[in-house]
Design a protein. Structure first.
Length: 347
């Protein structure tokens, strides 16, 4: 049932996004990208551009001939030039290194990156850097402050992975423990003709449009989840953080009245903004604060004597039902009992 609800929510958001942009003035224009085998970065870049009024009805020209590309309105992933003033967005040229929030031309490697992100951009990241905020505001109807938050989260969830994969950046060092070929880059790659499959120019163009639509559906799915799930959760966490002293005078316990919301990332960011990093040790709704970036490392674990027990008697707290063997979570049938468990854990 939850999967059906999620699909319905994603479809509903996509429909609302289409409705928001339906009445906007649209023009054609011509978008250029390379011919031959396509990847997720230019497929996503072209879809993103088509969400803008200037390119909403744009024709995509696929070629590697510079004379064909030169008169086009905007060119992505080909041409060996990154020049926003000329609407040229390639990342293959020697010496190119730009990040989504870095100053243009200020870095030559990740260690020199001037912003939060260190990932070299692909054509998708370049288009997102320059047009992503406008696209988000048009599709989601967000205000300026919310758009900034959503811009960063969507980059983290989708666009950065496209940038990394296209630039050959591995997820981890050393040998991979397993393969995952279900991601957007792999799905786009499978839309190319197989080595033993006949394909002409018209078929390749049709396949590219299919890949671009696939990337667009992925973008809308993630954008909808961010705007309608992740973003509202931030307000809930922010309010709870402001009221934490009402829960306990130590300020180390946060109480969330809404369950199952994505609170961790919001808590880390809001703690940094308030200069109180690490103060919150427990969140009441049967979950505990892990160390940022290490979801299985706790700031403070439950007492070892409780771990793995049901109907805990040694803690002398009523209503306690269960404590996980690893000490990162305990269940309680009442909020008061959960608070008492938290206080006992750090006292």
């Amino acid at each position: 049932a939850s999967q059906v609800a999620s699909v319905s929510a994603a479809a509903a958001f996509a429909a609302r996004a289409a409705e928001r942009t339906r009445s906007l003035p649209k023009s054609g224009g011509r978008v250029g990208t390379h011919s031959g085998t396509f990847q997720a970065d230019e497929a996503l870049a072209c879809w993103l551009l088509r969400q803008l009024p200037d390119y909403a009805q744009a024709e995509v020209i696929r070629s590697r001939d510079l004379q064909v590309l030169e008169p086009l309105d905007i060119v992505v992933d080909v041409g060996a030039s990154y020049d926003p003033s000329r609407l040229r967005f390639d990342h293959h040229q020697r010496g190119f290194f730009e990040t989504v929030d870095g100053e243009m031309g200020k870095a030559a490697c990740p260690e020199q990156a001037t912003g939060r992100w260190k990932t070299k951009l692909s054509s998708a990241g370049l288009v997102y850097k320059h047009f992503g905020r406008e696209i988000i505001a048009r599709l989601a109807g967000t205000d300026a402050a919310s758009t900034e938050l959503v811009f960063a989260e969507v980059y983290d969830r989708l666009v950065e992975a496209v940038d990394c994969i296209d630039n050959g950046v591995e997820m981890c060092e050393g040998a991979l423990r397993f393969k995952d070929l279900s991601g957007i880059a792999s799905r786009v790659a499978r839309l190319n003709p197989r080595w033993n499959e006949a394909s002409d120019e018209a078929d390749q163009y049709r396949r590219f449009e299919q890949a671009s639509a696939l990337c667009g559906a992925e973008f809308l799915d993630i954008l909808g989840d961010v705007v309608e799930g992740w973003l509202p959760a931030r307000g809930v966490v922010e309010a709870a953080l402001q009221k934490r002293l009402q829960v306990h005078p130590s300020g180390q316990v946060l109480r969330l009245d809404a369950g199952s919301l994505p609170w961790r990332g919001h808590l880390y960011e809001l703690e940094r903004a308030e200069s109180i990093v690490g103060q919150v040790k427990f969140v009441l709704y049967a979950d505990q604060v892990p160390v940022e970036g290490r979801p299985f490392t706790n700031r403070l674990s439950l007492p070892e004597s409780w771990c793995g027990l049901r109907a805990i008697l040694s803690c002398n707290k009523r209503d306690c039902c269960f404590a996980h063997a690893n000490g990162f979570i305990a269940g309680n049938s009442s909020a008061e009992g959960a608070l008492a468990l938290s206080i006992t854990s750090y006292d």
